[in-house]
Design a protein around this ligand. Structure first.
Ligand code: DC
Length: 213
């Protein structure tokens, strides 16, 4: 099983780079942020308050979840678009800080990796906690203004200042939580994508993978 772990804050380029890298290396791709977003969506849909730790962990264990390149299905409902909305985006950090949710998602990620023989897996704790044995660990980062501008461009209903404030709040929460916070994993290669295009980042990482295989 060969895992390429990509971690980093919001807007660092993980999803775009991860998808293209997986295609280039002929590996499958898993967006673990989409899993935490999906738990948030499922809790809201069932009328469970995202801050209610016990009940949200029960939702995480009970829910039917599938995340793949065609989209995200939650309890038989297509949630691909809703999980990117501002309601889910604002609540997801508290759901991702819930230890019961994290334990369940890590189990599901390991099952996914075993079934797919590894892959490109993207998130916040992939190289540090989820897959410390990964063949390559990459920590992607970029200047905060660049990350906010990228996110604002992806969303049609948001202005730059609001997006910048939201991702700064989310980064602070994700980096300071007790259970598997966002960190640069030991042994990771840090890539600053501030002045780099997507193709250049994909090339750089593909080169690192080839060097190590
Ligand atoms: O990458 P994203 O913005 O879709 O991630 C959504 C949230 O999930 C983000 O606030 C951090 C959290 N997350 C996490 O805690 N661990 C992961 N492996 C992936 C995402």
């Amino acid at each position: 099983m060969r895992v390429i772990a990509i971690d980093g804050p919001a807007g660092s380029g993980k999803s775009t780079v991860g998808r293209q890298l997986a295609a280039r290396l002929e590996l499958t791709y898993l967006d673990t942020g989409a899993m935490y977003r999906a738990v948030t969506f499922a809790a809201m849909r069932r009328g469970v308050d995202p801050s209610d730790e016990g009940p949200v962990a029960v939702v995480a264990r009970d829910m039917d979840l599938s995340v793949d390149e065609s989209g995200v299905m939650v309890d038989g409902v297509d949630a691909t678009l809703e999980i990117r909305g501002s309601e889910v985006s604002r609540a997801v950090s508290q759901v991702a800080a819930n230890p019961g949710v994290r334990e369940e998602m890590r189990t599901r990620q390991r099952v996914w990796a075993a079934e797919h023989g590894g892959g490109v897996i993207e998130g916040r704790d992939i190289g540090s906690v989820g897959f410390p044995e990964a063949a390559l660990k990459v920590y992607l980062t970029a200047d905060p203004e660049v990350r906010a501008a990228r996110r604002a461009k992806e969303l049609t209903d948001a202005d730059y200042d609001q997006v910048a404030a939201d991702i700064a709040a989310r980064d602070a929460q994700d980096s300071s939580r007790a259970d598997s916070p966002l960190v640069e994993p030991d042994g990771a290669v840090t890539v600053d994508t501030t002045g780099l295009g997507i193709a250049a980042v994909v090339e750089l990482i593909a080169g690192l993978v080839e060097e190590r295989s």
